[in-house]
Design a protein around this ligand. Sequence first.
Ligand code: FAD
Length: 469
Amino acid sequence: MAATQLHSLFSTTTRTRTRTRTRDTSTKKQSLVITNKLGAQVIGRKLRVAVIGGGPAGSSAAETLSSGGVETFLIERNSTGAKPCGGAIPLCMLDEFSIPLDLIDRKVTKMKIISPSNLTVDFGKTLKEHEYIAMLRREVLDSFLRSRAEASGVSVVNALFTHLEVPMIASGAPYVVHYNVNGSKESIEVDVVIGADGANSRVAKSIDAGDYNCAIAFQERIKLPDEKMKYYENLAEMYVGNDISPDFYGWVFPKCDHVAVGTGTVSSKQDIKLYQRGVRERVEDKVRGGRVIKVEAHPIPEHPRPRRVRGRVALVGDSAGYVTKCSGEGIYFAAKSGRMCGEAIVKASGNGTRMIDEDDLKREYLKKWDAKYINTFRFLDLLQKVFYGNNSSREALVELCGNDYVQRMTFESYLYKRIAVGNPIEDVKMLVNTVGSLIRAKILGREMEKLALEGCVIKSRLGVITAKQ
Ligand SMILES: Cc1cc2nc3c(=O)[nH]c(=O)nc-3n(C[C@H](O)[C@H](O)[C@H](O)COP(=O)(O)OP(=O)(O)OC[C@H]3O[C@@H](n4cnc5c(N)ncnc54)[C@H](O)[C@@H]3O)c2cc1C
């Protein structure tokens, strides 16, 4: 339904039962006046959007909306909490999201990948002098992004979102967002809702967005004696093997004064503690004398939800399912999807002056997101299937990671989130190396058969894949 049709259905109403929290934390009555004027102009106020969840996705969406002239509410249940997370972000995110360098705990310039047989490959060899992987604590990053959103005019509401009243789409009535604040139940009427409330998204449930498979990730934060911490000063480690995970990797990531040691699995969630023991056994010597200061676990989505936009509700970040397989990376994609969704609403609403509809969200947000990233997600999904399946293929993966060209292309894609420009001769060599490693691991034939069935074409080098239409 076009925006004008939708709006011709709006009645000019004043609702008085809504209470909302303003920025000076006083509570006052507000009402949402909806217009049925031609051209779907929002009269006497700006378009009103509620963003549920103040992680990287929600804060980025909210800041973009508010800066673009939209009246924005950001509802976050835990403003001091720390999302369980490794906290590794790519270099391009620092620039793109203007993240101050003093928020970074560690600049990782060395990465070791360790195979099931303990073959170790140094994976940071090709990094240039100014290049590194930034490690941050999520409590620090999230609180910075939220404060910046608030400074741009967002009304931040410290409250637990409970449920969403979804109007009959054709009625054009407002969405009613219900939340609990300091023990009292409150609600707010809005034109548009963004679900940025993570992997267990209540917004997604409210709009029947459908389920996704999740991995479970488990992580221990271990405070190490100074001399042991020195070893991990600018070093991260990745472990693969049946003892670590049937379908993921284990990690040791350095933080300001401790290391985060963890693993994840999709297919064998009930055994996650067993796999964590596997990681701990592999790193035993390096963390001996350390003290566990925190244990945390959290789901990681495995693929996008069946529906990411419904009516005037859009999902972003983990709520939408934007975590790459193989690497488990989601922070950049959360912030980016939040920003792209915010930009879409600002554009479609003419800086908050016009009502928007489902078609606007699909065209300006979903279509652009899919065009930019869906192939990256598919490619990493494929890599996970090929290389994480069994110990032979994991040995092949580690062997390949020793290749300078593979390292350069991988880091180029990861650090800058752009398709690396390859060298055709090196591409062919890499293909030959890959085939050689996989044949040694005896898995190529099986996976190529599956690939053909899926209709996917690997486009000559790491980081690029296109699906046949
Ligand atoms: C153990 C682990 C390690 C990881 N390591 C990395 C890594 O190193 N690098 C990387 O890029 N990615 C990593 N990820 C993935 C990354 O953490 C997520 O992809 C990312 O946090 C998604 O951001 P988001 O804003 O979409 O959701 P979240 O960060 O989950 O934020 C959701 C926000 O919504 C709030 N919220 C939820 N429900 C409600 C409610 N009902 N009412 C109000 N507020 C609500 C939450 O409090 C939270 O602040 C890791 C994940 C796990 C589990």
